[in-house]
Design a protein around this ligand. Structure first.
Ligand code: FE2
Length: 142
């Protein structure tokens, strides 16, 4: 048996921060601790601690006027998480599952799904989108 492919990042908590930081930078242009704290429902003290840890890991750095920014490694990991989030969401939406369930499931799955599995899910989503008859058949199953 071969070893599974290595994860791209350290922990689910770190993943969630990196994902959130990139979302904030892309939507507002900067990521402030107060916004991270609100979006993740985590105390500002914990956010500050985690930002320090991410800094020590070389994933974020603090810039005087821009606040928290992602390093190249941090950006790559955040992108990969958002990519997993989007692909899994796109896949589950095909089946008419309610948005809240999809969000909850995706937030768990995005931390664990491997690259090969994600590639398969993306390929299946492509095929199902191109084959509405098959999709209809699956949607009417349960
Ligand atoms: Fe996510």
């Amino acid at each position: 048996m071969t070893a599974p492919p290595r994860r791209t990042s350290g922990s689910t908590a770190m993943d969630d921060y990196l994902e959130q930081i990139l979302h904030l930078i892309e939507s507002k242009g900067y990521a402030r601790a107060v916004d991270i704290s609100r979006n993740l429902s985590i105390s500002q003290a914990s956010v500050t601690n985690m930002l320090r840890r991410l800094d020590a890991e070389g994933l974020v750095k603090h810039e005087k006027y821009r606040g928290t920014v992602l390093t190249e490694d941090g950006h790559r990991i955040a992108r990969a998480i958002i990519d997993r989030h989007e692909t899994l969401t796109r896949f589950l939406r095909l089946f008419g599952i309610d948005e809240e369930t999809i969000y909850r499931d995706v937030e768990g799955m995005e931390h664990h799904v491997s690259r090969p599995t994600l590639d398969v899910i993306r390929a299946v989503a492509d095929e199902l989108e191109a084959n509405p008859a098959l999709l209809e058949k699956i949607r009417n199953k349960p």
